[in-house]
Design a protein. Structure first.
Length: 475
């Protein structure tokens, strides 16, 4: 049913009605709309706009409608413009004229933004919890491979030998930053817009802080115009999700490369791979590739909303209807992708012998020569030059730099004594790097301990937020 029309002599043209209709995507807000309307009805009763008897009838009907929505027995029809009109239609069917009384003192402007905020709070908590599961898998894998040797890369070229567990742990670090951003989002976006009305506040419900408390918010917006026009919470959530998508894309790229014949490092589990419809031998890293590919839509959805918000004047504008589909899409994308990617990471095994075989190729130990000289008091610029000459000589002889003999090294520079030999191995190079955040096994063990402790705090945080939210939303 239409929630407006008294001053119009006719309804909208069919094309205008089709364009305006949002029920096909905003129906997902129905459970939150029920909860917000109950809080609003209590506010109307507290000021005497609704009698206690009428308030009770409306709330009982709203609860019943919520149960029917959950069961799928009440659903939108073609005449419904949006989720709000569908729910009002349902109430009027149950209560007659009284079913339209709960609309007093509020607007769809403050109602929809409150619904949407509750949706995002609910789903950002779920997203954070799902992230912690992936962090846990990466940290467990880092522990499993804490003594594995592998080449490290910069510019996709061999750089220095590293502990492969250290390579895996970097993803836990990045994803923990994403979890931290969700934590901050939940704290920063805990102001209720309900009570702002269309833009000027409500004369009928003058205490929005009461409904804010009932709905689990930390307070009410301090400016009613800002309350109905603000979508920072949407763009910020989309930024967080785009950032997660970028990290997942990086993971997907690495696992795709590691599983190639050329690398041959990673063996993906059959449960997280697919085959080819024409080539029977193929085992494709589709989960990794989809993680890489879906980052585009996550970044695109952020850009869609930022562009829509640019230059919107004054209070509510209908442009703001365009905030929901990109957000729903990003959230659904991540909540579908994360469990599959977590499963892939947890079940992948790595060929440690093959990784170790390439760890010192392409002169990966050249930095050890420069470091050896620097420790002996040679200025690093000079040490770098000498190390570079070692690489040049090795290449002329079709050798790797660590394959030069003691005599070869002494011929290049008299300070390259036999003591250098202990440094010219992957084990020596890795074990020498014992500072915080470095690649030695001892440093990695400390890092893993810290990662587990930090992730456990987020697990507990999101679990607590989930319990609090369910308690608030359950009536």
């Amino acid at each position: 049913m239409a929630l407006w029309g008294g001053r119009f002599s006719a309804g909208p043209a069919q094309s205008a009605a089709i364009l305006s209709r949002s029920i096909h995507f905003d129906w997902v807000l129905a459970p939150y709309d029920i909860r917000v309307n109950i809080a609003h009805v209590r506010g109307l009763e507290s000021t005497g706009v609704l009698s206690h008897a009428d308030s009770e009838k409306i709330m009982v009907a709203l609860l019943a409608l919520g149960e029917e929505i959950a069961a799928g027995s009440f659903h939108p029809i073609a005449a419904d413009e949006d989720v709000h009109s569908a729910i009002e239609r349902g109430l009027i069917a149950k209560l007659g004229e009284l079913g339209g009384a709960f609309r007093a003192g509020r607007s769809r402007n403050d109602l929809v933004v409150t619904d949407f905020k509750l949706y995002l709070i609910d789903h950002m908590i779920a997203l954070g919890a799902s992230l912690t599961e992936l962090i846990e898998e990466f940290t467990n894998k880092a522990d499993e491979y804490k003594s594995a040797i592998a080449p490290g890369f910069t510019h996709l070229q061999h750089a220095q030998p590293i502990n492969f567990g250290h390579e895996l742990a970097k993803h836990s670090q990045a994803l923990l930053r994403d979890a931290s951003r969700i934590h901050d989002w939940l704290a920063r976006n805990s102001l209720s817009p309900l009570g702002a009305g269309a833009l000027a506040g409500s004369a009928l419900v003058p205490h929005p802080e009461r409904s804010a408390d009932e709905l689990g918010f930390s307070g009410a917006h301090q400016n009613s115009i800002d309350a109905v026009s603000d979508r920072d919470f949407v763009s910020e959530a989309l930024f967080v999700m785009a950032g997660i998508g970028t990290h997942l894309s990086r993971i997907g790229e690495e696992y795709t490369l590691w599983s190639t014949t050329e690398f041959g490092w990673a063996k993906l589990d059959d449960a997280f791979s697919t085959g080819s419809s024409i080539m029977p031998q193929k085992k494709n890293p589709d989960i990794a590739e989809l993680a890489r590919g879906k980052s585009g839509r996550l970044v695109g959805n952020l850009m869609t909303v930022l562009t829509m918000l640019k230059g919107l004047p004054f209070a509510y504008n209908r442009d703001l209807q365009e905030d929901k589909e990109p957000t729903f899409d990003s959230m659904n994308t991540l909540l579908t992708l994360l469990p599959a990617l977590t499963g892939m990471v947890g079940t992948t095994s790595f060929d440690t012998q093959r990784m170790a075989a390439g760890a010192v190729s392409s002169h990966a130990l050249a930095t050890e020569i420069a470091d050896f000289l620097a420790k002996a008091g040679v200025p690093f610029a000079t040490a770098h030059e000498i190390s570079g000459r070692c690489v040049q000589v090795a290449e002329e002889r079709s050798l790797d730099v660590h394959e030069l003999s003691d005599a070869d090294l002494l011929a290049i520079d008299s300070r390259l004594t036999s003591e250098l030999r202990a440094n010219l191995s992957a084990v020596g190079a890795i074990s020498s790097r014992t500072s915080i955040g470095a690649t030695s096994t001892t440093s990695l063990i400390k890092q893993i301990h810290d990662l587990n402790a930090r992730n456990q705090k987020f697990i507990q945080y999101f679990d607590s937020k989930r319990s609090d939210f369910l308690e608030m939303i359950t009536l």
